[in-house]
Design a protein around this ligand. Sequence first.
Ligand SMILES: [Zn+2]
Length: 328
Amino acid sequence: MEEERQKESIDRGNRVKLLKKLIVSTLVMGVTVPWVLCAALFVQTTGIRKNLETERGEKQELSSQIEELEEIIQKQEEKIAQVTDQMSEHEARMEAELQEEIASIQEELGAEEQETVHKVYLTFDDGPSKNTNEILDILKKYDVKATFFVLGKPGKENEAALKRIVEEGHSLGMHSYSHKYADIYASKESFAEDFQEIQSFLQDVTGVTSRLYRFPGGSSNTVSDVDIHELIGYLEEQGVVYYDWNVSSGDASSQELSEETIYQNCIAGIAGRSNSVVLLHDAAGKSTTVEALPRIIETLLKMDNVEILPITEDSEPVQHVKAEKSEN
Ligand SMILES: [Zn+2]
């Protein structure tokens, strides 16, 4: 019995020991395992965090690099804009300079061209006549202005023709009142009297004070009893310029010339000149002059650098006898 009891107590002791061991090991495990797991977890999270931090750092670095790059790009763009500005400024300056140069060259060319323009003055003596209106019609058709050296011919139709000459922009010149050589050139006084008569007649009819004169027969006429220089001096005193001619149509001839001859005389006469004063007549017997006129104008208009103009006080005078000789 005793033995059994001893055995039982030994067994119990063993069981208790085993239980204790179990309890201890359970406790150890229960404490150790979570700790180990915690440690492992900690190590892992630290690694992840580190990784994250590194990534974040890399990201930050990248974005700061991007910012830097953007800044550089902006600066470059600014520089480009600046350079572009400077270039366009430079271009504008260059263009302005070029324009200036072109303008000055054009001006020079224009001046040269003006110098080389051949001025042709069509002049009609002895009018008004029954042909005046027809001549004016032709001039109007071609839009050409001419000069009429007229005589003192009162009467409704003549006066209307004089007014038309002025109204249509032609120059009105004087060619004496009477056209009678013997009377006009008898003395300086008779010349002056005739001059006053024609000037005031034209003034009354047209309102224009003419300052242009053509001597009957020209300043080189051989019929004057008075030295022509005296008469030239008189005209100068009156503030009047006299105009002869350097191209003759030949229509002054007592024999009527053909339209063709008048045309040829005019065109041949102006060749090689730079200032042509063409003598034509506005008179009853000179119908071939009227016939030749359209062809003369058409040919002149087709020529390069030819300009058909009316005589004014500023036109370059063509004079057979020069005024300076009156001082000799
Ligand atoms: Zn005449």
